[in-house]
Design a binder for this molecule. Structure first.
Ligand SMILES: [Fe+2]
Ligand SMILES: [Fe+2]
Length: 145
């Protein structure tokens, strides 16, 4: 489990709020997947709902960052946007795999994703691209975002 409070904060509050949501979504799915090991039927609808939320929250998170990168003309916005896009492709593969299988093996695969791949990518992305982006926007008049 990745604790949001242990990850470095960036200079824009809206981004910190989006990151907290992402870790909360992933941790909640992980909690449900733990229950799935003994009662898959009992939690599969809840997993579906939370996974939909993780996807929607991530799309919104990236949309907001990209909107402000454009508005404040952040110089490396194309590369940052490309990193988001690649990450979304992987997430959609994991999402579709779970939706088409809905069995224990798929639950275990999803657990690896929300417990490892997702938080690892996110932490790395926050301490690199997001940190630089937030600092740039904050210094160019967007400090209150
Ligand atoms: Fe972000
Ligand atoms: Fe980002």
């Amino acid at each position: 489990m990745t604790d949001f409070d242990c990850t470095p904060q960036v200079d824009l509050e809206f981004m910190n709020a989006e990151h907290r949501k992402a870790f909360d979504d992933a941790n909640e799915i992980k909690r449900l997947l733990e229950i799935a090991k003994s009662d898959l039927k009992g939690v599969e609808k809840s997993i579906d709902r939370r996974l939909d939320r993780l996807l929607a929250d991530t799309l919104n998170h990236f949309f907001l960052e990209e909107k402000y990168m454009e508005e404040y003309q952040f110089p490396a916005r194309a590369r940052h946007q490309q990193a988001h896009q690649q990450f979304m492709e992987t997430m959609k593969v994991e999402y579709n795999h779970w939706q088409s299988e809905h069995n224990l093996a798929a639950a275990m695969r999803l657990e690896r994703y929300v417990d490892k791949d997702f938080p690892e990518w996110l932490v790395n992305h926050i301490v690199t691209m997001d940190t630089v982006t937030a600092s740039y926007i904050a210094r160019h008049g967007g400090g209150a975002l």
